[in-house]
Design a binder for this molecule. Structure first.
Ligand code: HEM
Length: 137
């Protein structure tokens, strides 16, 4: 049986992965069985986790996204520890009555490989390395 969306990561309001398309093993190294039930920050580089969670929690609480459905480039953390530049977009998920049930990331493809070493150098800067305080830490 194939998933209707081969590139989706669906998380609940706590950021726990509820759906992980099997094809994402090619991008991040984790099978659906490994990823489901984990927090989405397993694929967020450490230095970006604070910003990710602050943005995530704000989106869940307010019911709106800064970049609703707009493609962006970001570096993800592969299971093997390497940085993977990707193109992605975010949407909120809702129940029939409109209540926010979580967030969905659609992985659109790979971004150029040269982004990884540039991102690694940036993330290694002393001021960047410290994750911002967040309730998931
Ligand atoms: C692939 C690795 C990821 C990285 C590096 C990452 C990083 C970030 C960063 C830096 C922000 C803050 C953006 C800002 O302040 O403008 C953010 C926001 C956010 N992230 Fe992540 N994230 C990742 C994966 C995910 C996944 C898998 C989901 C959900 C399934 C998710 C959901 C969100 C949401 C909902 C926001 C708020 C966005 C908005 O308001 O437009 N992220 N993330």
């Amino acid at each position: 049986m194939s998933s209707p969306d081969p590139t989706a990561i669906v998380a609940d309001t706590e950021g726990i992965i509820r759906e992980w398309s099997p094809a994402l093993a090619d991008f991040f190294g984790y099978s659906a069985a490994e990823a489901t039930g984990c927090k989405v920050d397993m694929i967020v580089p450490h230095a970006l986790r604070g910003r990710h969670w602050n943005g995530f929690d704000k989106a869940i609480t307010t019911g709106s996204l800064k970049r609703d459905g707009k493609p962006f480039t970001v570096v993800a953390l592969h299971k093997n520890g390497k940085l993977v530049p990707i193109r992605a977009m975010l949407q909120l998920t809702r129940s029939d009555d409109g209540t926010v049930t979580g967030a969905k990331a659609t992985i659109l493809g790979r971004a150029p490989a040269w982004i990884a070493p540039v991102a690694r150098a940036f993330l290694a800067l002393p001021g960047v390395r410290k994750p911002a305080p967040n309730k998931h830490a």
